[in-house]
Design a binder for this molecule. Structure first.
Ligand SMILES: Nc1ncnc2c1ncn2[C@@H]1O[C@H](COP(=O)(O)OP(=O)(O)OP(=O)(O)O)[C@@H](O)[C@H]1O
Ligand SMILES: [Mg+2]
Length: 353
């Protein structure tokens, strides 16, 4: 296999706060191949945005970062330390959840894109505006020549997000990170924007990281999916494998909590009981164990390492779903009426595969 385009190794991020040190990332590892679309999914607070912001050099100065980020053979954290600014916004760009975080409310849309082109690529004012019109057309803005002279507040949320995407694409990045790019818009607009990103990625041969809390959004678009929990990637595999043969009980629970096309339309969805864990002074145990239907005594005294084949199907669990070990654990818990962590599971209908 050739070198991956992006390689993240043992990435750890801590935030010292007045309440204590927040362990936001605890050894995140993943690779991204050129042209690939990777989905990162997980509940609120699992570390999705911190991962993206670390790549983009957007964390506050107080953040304590360890680990390596290698992008096309270059050490990204070293570029950050050396003050190299030309990299972000050019080769690697990001689209945020709320378009207004990226747009200047008192500047015309066209000018904002043109500014990026002039600053990073040295275009003249005239060239930059022409290119801005062209980019707005590419992202599907109707009447782009007119839109360049409009202010962000004159556009709908969906059109604003398209302007942000045009801005992110202006310098022909080879990696685009989209962090919940569609949470601020309604479902139809969401589909249009995701289709647009997908098309642009294909046309431009770009790689993409799509961050979402919705596994349904990642399905059908992402080649691979990484599932995050409490600052770790707890499972990663090809998308279809994740949906048909998941290993981590958290992934299993996520899958049960979303509607699936291969299920009858009235299949009951099961919310995941409990809340994500505290990230300050976390105990040494599997972070998911208090909520896990498979939890056994060993899950409460050690943190499971990632098993499986790197780059194929990886997961961090002692009693994985859809395996004999997992089925035995679940059967024992069902018989006892509760898990080793004390979670009552009487009446649980799921078989874990
Ligand atoms: N600047 C900061 N200072 C302290 N803690 C932070 C900071 N930024 C993030 N965190 C904490 O790091 C953890 C991970 O946050 P992150 O924003 O990555 O979550 P997320 O997975 O993106 O969630 P969401 O789905 O809500 O966007 C959270 O517990 C968050 O409170
Ligand atoms: Mg986030």
């Amino acid at each position: 296999m050739s070198e991956p385009q992006l390689s993240v190794r043992d990435l750890t991020v801590r935030f010292p706060t007045t309440r204590g040190v927040v362990q936001a990332l605890n050894g995140v590892n993943f690779d991204l191949e050129k042209g690939q679309m990777l989905g990162i999914v997980g509940e609120s607070g699992s570390g999705k945005s911190v991962t993206a912001k670390t790549l983009m050099n957007l964390l506050p100065r107080t953040a304590e970062i360890e680990g390596d980020v290698i992008f096309e053979g270059r050490d990204v954290r070293k570029l950050a330390a050396d003050g190299t600014q030309h990299f972000w916004g050019v080769e690697m760009t990001m689209v945020f959840q709320d378009p207004m975080t990226s747009l200047n409310p008192v500047k015309k849309c066209g000018e904002q894109i043109a500014e990026t082109l002039r600053y990073h690529l040295g275009r003249t004012k005239k060239e930059a505006i022409e290119e801005a019109v062209d980019l707005l057309g590419q992202v599907g803005l109707p009447e782009p020549a007119k839109r360049v002279d409009q202010y962000p507040h004159e556009l709908s949320g969906g059109l604003r997000q398209r302007v942000v995407i045009a801005m992110a694409l202006a310098c022909q990045p080879s990696l685009l990170i989209a962090d919940e790019p569609t949470t601020a818009v309604d479902v139809t607009v969401q589909r249009h924007i995701l289709n647009l990103l997908d098309r642009l990625r294909e046309e431009r041969g770009m790689s993409m990281i799509l961050i979402t809390h919705d596994l349904g959004v990642a399905r059908g678009r992402c080649d691979d999916i990484a599932v995050m929990y409490a600052g770790r990637i707890v499972e990663r595999s090809a998308t279809e494998t994740l949906f048909s043969d998941s290993r981590h009980p958290y992934t299993d629970a996520l899958l049960r909590s979303i509607p699936r096309i291969d299920q009858p339309s009235h299949t009951r969805l099961e919310p995941i009981p409990g809340r994500p864990p505290e990230l300050i002074n976390p105990p040494v145990r599997c972070a998911y164990s208090p909520r896990c239907r498979f939890a056994q005594p060993d899950c409460l005294s050690a943190i499971p390492d990632v098993h499986g084949v790197r780059g194929m199907h990886e997961f961090a669990c002692f009693h994985p779903a859809n395996t004999d070990r997992g089925r035995e654990a679940l059967a024992a818990n069902v018989a006892a009426g509760k898990t080793a962590a004390g979670l009552p599971i009487a009446g649980y209908a799921g078989g874990g595969g």
